[in-house]
Write a protein that binds this ligand. Structure first.
Ligand SMILES: [Zn+2]
Length: 267
């Protein structure tokens, strides 16, 4: 499930199960409400996408204004399709218009309040984590590589180890990303999935000569394996490629696209 919200012309997605927690601020952005044009139209929040830095900077300014957060409270991932997760604090803030102070980190987590975690997406799955008992939040970028590398399981283990979280308490939201309708791969990648875990065959469909996998369900399975309760996992269920008017899609736009943001903060 998901809700589509609009503030002026800025449109963003929220998840009903996370909305219940009023101490949280969360969203997944859409293409709507920014100043960029062409393939980047219009809310592109990713530098180095080919868009002008000026437009991206302006888009970030619009986004934080609409959401009511401070740009200097944001801590971003530095995504390279790894399964590395990192605990971030106040000291990592303030880099939203420049380089992060760390490299190759696809998942970030914190117990700091007023620290807005941010990740980047154009088809790759965003996964939001919240432990309302231990007051910890986390955000992960789980593309197909990150999914294969079980970044979601690694994140749960990090929360258990560092904060003594009980997986049964952790709430999850899986945001807009490629559905099984559009995540099609050749046999070589299909074999990588099946060699990783034979169970993944349950989430595979053969549409000759391609293989389709349901990455939402695979991540859900991996989370449940760590003890997350099924009723605590919300899958937004909206495919970015099928809805390319609303979302940037790497596959839908042949690689020429902007980036969307996942944002999660404890107030
Ligand atoms: Zn689709």
């Amino acid at each position: 499930m998901y809700n589509l919200n609009e503030k002026q012309d800025f449109k963003y997605i929220t998840f009903p199960s996370f909305e219940k927690h009023t101490e949280l601020l969360h969203c997944f952005t859409t293409r709507k409400g920014g100043v960029s044009s062409g393939s980047f139209e219009s809310m592109n929040i990713g530098f180095s996408t080919g868009d002008s830095d000026e437009n991206v900077k302006r888009n970030i300014e619009i986004m934080v204004e609409r959401l009511g957060i401070n740009a200097y409270d944001i801590v971003e991932t530095n995504q390279t399709h790894t399964n590395t997760v990192k605990y971030v604090t106040e000291q990592h803030k303030g880099k939203v218009f420049g380089e992060t102070s760390f490299k190759d980190v696809d998942g970030i987590y914190t117990d700091n309040k007023n620290l807005a975690l941010m990740s980047f997406h154009a088809d790759c799955t965003p996964v939001f984590f919240y432990d309302p008992i231990k007051k910890v939040i986390a955000l992960a970028h789980a593309g197909w590589r990150g999914t294969l590398l079980n970044i979601v399981g690694i994140m749960v283990r990090a929360l258990v180890k560092d904060f003594n979280s009980d997986p049964k308490d952790i709430k999850i939201a899986i945001g807009p990303s490629l559905g099984s309708c559009c995540f099609e791969v050749d046999k070589d990648v299909a074999d990588m999935f099946l060699n990783e875990n034979r169970e993944f065959i349950k989430y595979m469909e053969i549409k000759e000569p391609k293989y389709h996998f349901n990455l939402w369900e695979i991540n859900k399975y991996l989370l449940m394996k760590e003890g997350i309760k099924e009723e605590n996992i919300e899958v937004s269920g909206i495919c970015t490629k099928c809805n390319n008017d609303l979302f940037f899609s790497h596959r839908g736009q042949g690689g020429k696209r902007g980036l969307l943001a996942g944002i999660l903060m404890m107030k």
